[in-house]
Design a protein around this ligand. Structure first.
Ligand code: ATP
Length: 206
């Protein structure tokens, strides 16, 4: 049976980098953020519901969702945020379940559900094990500032608003320490790949 591994970590912890390393080993994956975008594409029922509530002002001229306009509406309005979550979260979950079911039917030894909010969203209940990408907050802040061209104070504020590092680690079955270089990361991915293949009952490829 195909194991499903949930992959999570805070901003700039290295989720995408780790996912690419597993993908190079032939491991399939689904990204919860991509799925969240898919379910509000034109033609999707969630977008129709959102448009029925807020009107054309949350659409771009080409009919795609204007995320910034929507964010501005829900930002200061907890009720609207809750409504939006009720329109989107069940659909994201359903779409993820479909993808994970297809993985489980596949020949892959294991597959990844990559989700920044694996624990906060309840998506951890969809997976067999949770892999946390861990870095000290100072590293997270430095990598965020460098990548996203924000200053250190902004990066620090984003990190402070997320689940605390300790709490994430408490929920981890497996941990990748991504404070080091990319070679160190690759070595940890190789070790985990062997462990996951063994757990799935398949020998590691030579
Ligand atoms: P987010 O969820 O914020 O999009 P992420 O968790 O997917 O981020 P990545 O995009 O993989 O994180 O990495 C964040 C940044 O840190 C990228 O610019 C990446 O190149 C860099 N990075 C990741 N791992 C390392 C490493 N071991 N050494 C140096 N830089 C790294």
């Amino acid at each position: 049976a195909t194991l499903i591994i949930g992959v999570t970590g805070g901003i700039a912890s290295g989720k995408s980098t780790v996912t690419r390393a597993f993908a190079r080993r032939g491991i399939p994956w689904v990204d919860a953020d991509d799925t969240a975008r898919e379910i509000v594409e034109p033609g999707e029922p969630a977008l129709a519901e959102i448009t029925a509530r807020y009107g054309q002002r949350i659409l771009h001229a080409d009919g795609r969702l204007d995320r910034r306009a929507l964010r501005e509406i829900v930002f200061a309005a907890p009720e609207e945020r809750r409504w939006l979550e009720s329109a989107t979260h069940p659909r994201i979950r359903e779409r993820l379940l479909e993808r994970l079911a297809a993985f489980r039917r596949s020949e892959a030894p294991y597959a990844l559900l990559v989700s920044p909010l694996l624990f906060e969203s309840g998506q951890a209940s969809l997976v067999d094990r949770c892999l946390v990408i861990d870095v000290p907050e100072a590293v997270q802040i430095a990598r965020t500032a460098r990548r996203d061209d924000v200053d250190e104070a902004q990066a620090r504020a984003i990190v402070a608003a997320q689940m605390p590092r300790r709490e994430r680690l408490q929920r981890a079955d497996d941990v990748i320490d991504n404070a080091g270089d990319e070679a160190g990361l690759a070595a940890q991915v190789e070790t985990l790949d062997r462990r996951y293949r063994a757990l799935a009952g398949l020998p590691a490829p030579r």
